[in-house]
Design a protein around this ligand. Structure first.
Ligand SMILES: Cc1cc2nc3c(=O)[nH]c(=O)nc-3n(C[C@H](O)[C@H](O)[C@H](O)COP(=O)(O)O)c2cc1C
Length: 183
């Protein structure tokens, strides 16, 4: 029998990301699990209004979304534990400025450099709707035909109820193979 949990957010796990933006002249990094895909060319990151990072995003409208793998996880977890409001996190990651002006984590194997297109405010949150200007990927995570191979990259996922990071990498099936078999 199913239990009605009420209005509970159940859309987990989500990819774990570190968002980077210049705040008061320095890069700042924040761990973000509440991210989403919109259509085929927009993404969304949801940031609580008191976060230090939001100030910089409002000012420059530029940010990077760096996808976390296990190699990045310890530092990523750190930038989710401390706020730029109290601690200078600019030195946590070596970084380079992207072509649009957002700070990109050098050691991240996969990063998107984005421009804010819209801000959808909900109570206590800035939900930034982003246009992807550039996507930068380490060659080591690309397949022979130049596509991102998530089986090789193995992004870390986030789930809120157990407040846990999950591993990825195993494949369940190729898309549309199981459906076609049933036709
Ligand atoms: C696993 C994890 C996921 C998080 N996801 C989000 C998120 O999706 N949105 C958000 O606003 N804060 C999220 N946070 C909290 C921020 O990363 C944290 O409060 C951070 O210190 C804010 O940094 P800032 O004030 O320098 O911007 C998350 C923290 C953890 C540990």
């Amino acid at each position: 029998m199913k239990k009605d949990l009420g209005s509970v957010l159940a859309l987990y796990p989500t990819p774990l990301t570190v968002v980077g933006a210049v705040v008061n002249g320095k890069p700042n990094w924040v761990l973000v699990g509440h991210v989403g895909i919109m259509g085929h060319d927009r993404i969304m990151v949801s940031l609580a209004k008191p976060h230090y990072t939001n100030q910089g995003i409002y000012e420059s409208r530029k940010l990077s979304v760096n996808i976390v793998d296990e190699a990045l996880l310890a530092k990523a977890d750190y930038v989710g534990c401390v706020s730029g409001n109290k601690t200078d996190k600019s030195g946590v990651f070596a970084c380079s400025m992207g072509q649009s002006g957002a700070p990109l984590i050098d050691e991240a194997k996969l990063s998107m450099e984005c421009t804010v297109e819209d801000i959808y405010e909900t109570k206590g949150f800035d939900n930034f709707i982003l246009k992807i200007d550039h996507t930068y990927a380490e060659e080591s995570i690309l397949s022979e035909d130049g596509k991102i191979d998530y089986g090789v990259f193995k992004p870390v996922l986030f789930e809120m109820p157990g407040y846990t990071y999950l591993k990825t990498g195993d494949s369940a099936a190729k898309c549309m193979t199981l459906g076609r078999e049933r036709q």
